[in-house]
Ligand binder design. Structure first.
Ligand SMILES: Cc1cc2nc3c(=O)[nH]c(=O)nc-3n(C[C@H](O)[C@H](O)[C@H](O)COP(=O)(O)O)c2cc1C
Length: 399
């Protein structure tokens, strides 16, 4: 039965599960490299389980919890986050240890009823607020509220003796933990893109709240970060703090993402010409995506990374191409900032795509390039020259 287990420190254990079976996280985001659900168990004068895993991994998880408890009962179940990928086994754990005491905040308590129909008595639920401490014996857990990162009840806890942050979704990423549970056992560069894809698609829209949460946890002296997805950071926790801080502040690198929506190749041809012109202008990182082919989560991941964004669309029923419309919505609700935006498109008779792209540009905080290129049918010499100009304007902005 799949279940991962590792000793982090004396009487502190990682218990988690790799999920390579689920195709789509939240039934939306592709998981080609899987995802891990991480929980932690502290064996002190009191025992405490920090979160659980998704229900599809319940059997292995329960076995491992029992093994690590080694005959002891579970005193506390700390719930940092009620999303089902972490709360999925709560009822099973409660069935095993009916006397356990839940630890959560006010919102957690109501969610226990909303999602699991659990109504613990007052003496079976410790309601914590910012700064409250749960004493386990040698170790304590100090709670820090991190609302909307990325649910209202989300909170983290800090263990001051060993300087450990149990950070729930914050500092997590997609990708299974393949043998290497700790950051010093693996090359993070291999996982960075999947971590950014997790951030940009799952946490990104709450970036304002993420900035606040990161500011709060940065006040703590941290040696180890234990998130609920991905590595345990014990060698270089600052690496993931720096990455998250950068992404939450929409800090970007030089480079351009071109995304196009095209049925018969006219818009695609413009995109390829534009990429060539950008390269000639000396732009180094250029990525071109067909909006109908690449899942929006990958496109958003690259947009989150690079400063330049150029959107091109064929006209479809007087409007922007439907799959591009979907991406525009993704960009809108993620409140993308710090980007230079270019626009191009193609139409057959009365147009519509470029008009819609221009209207989209006004909905966000984009630095919109002056040249907008619109071809009737295929790109002609005039549009080719305009695309060259558009590339030049973008390159100038990246200098
Ligand atoms: C299903 C369909 C619907 C279209 N609707 C419109 C339209 O409403 N207005 C318009 O000007 N052109 C319309 N066109 C024409 C395309 O926008 C035009 O052929 C464009 O060059 C296609 O670009 P592409 O080769 O990148 O797909 C439509 C084309 C198709 C195939």
């Amino acid at each position: 039965m799949n279940c991962l287990y590792a000793k982090i420190l004396d009487d502190l254990y990682y218990i988690g599960a790799n999920d390579r079976q689920t195709a789509l996280f939240e039934n939306m985001w592709p998981l080609p490299e899987g995802v891990s659900y991480n929980a932690y168990l502290i064996r002190d004068e009191k025992t405490a389980l920090l979160d659980t895993v998704r229900i599809n991994k319940v059997d292995g998880f329960i076995n491992k919890v029992l093994e690590v408890l080694d005959g002891r009962k579970l005193d506390y179940l700390v719930i940092h986050h009620m999303e089902p990928d972490h709360s999925g086994c709560i009822t099973d754990i409660l069935n095993l240890f009916p006397d356990l005491i839940f630890v959560g905040n006010k919102k957690t308590k109501s969610m226990l009823y909303d999602f699991l129909e659990l109504t613990p008595d007052d003496d079976k639920f410790i309601e914590v607020k910012d700064g409250d401490v749960l004493d386990l014996g040698k170790r304590q857990l100090q709670f820090v509220m991190t609302p909307m990162v990325h649910w209202p009840e989300s909170m983290v806890s800090y263990e001051p003796n060993d300087k450990i942050l149990f950070s729930q979704d914050i500092f997590g990423g997609f990708g299974t933990v393949d043998g290497a549970i700790f950051d010093d056992q693996a090359d993070y560069n291999i996982f960075r893109s999947e971590t950014r894809r997790y951030y940009s698609n799952i946490v990104g829209k709450y970036s304002m709240m993420a900035v606040k949460a990161i500011e709060k946890v940065k006040q703590l002296d941290i040696n180890i970060i234990c998130p609920v997805h991905g590595f345990v950071w014990r060698e270089n926790p600052q690496t993931i703090i720096d990455d998250y801080e950068k992404w939450a502040n929409y800090e970007v690198e030089d480079g351009v993402v071109i995304v196009y929506g095209s049925m018969y190749g006219n818009t695609e041809g413009m995109a390829d010409h534009l990429a060539t012109f950008l390269a000639k202008e000396g732009v180094k990182n250029i990525k071109v995506f067909d909006v109908s082919k690449t899942h929006a989560s990958y496109i958003l991941n690259e947009i989150w990374r690079y400063k330049g964004l150029i959107l091109g669309s064929a006209t479809y029923d007087n409007s922007v191409y439907p799959n591009m419309y979907n991406l525009l919505n993704v960009l809108k609700y993620n409140k993308i900032k710090n980007h230079v935006l270019g626009i191009f498109g193609s139409y057959g008779w009365s147009g519509g795509a470029v008009k819609d792209l221009k209207a989209f540009a006004e909905t966000g905080k984009y630095d919109v390039l002056e040249t907008v290129v619109e071809a009737r049918g295929t790109m002609h010499k005039e549009e080719e020259d305009q695309l060259r100009l558009l590339a030049k304007e973008m390159a100038e902005k990246l200098k």
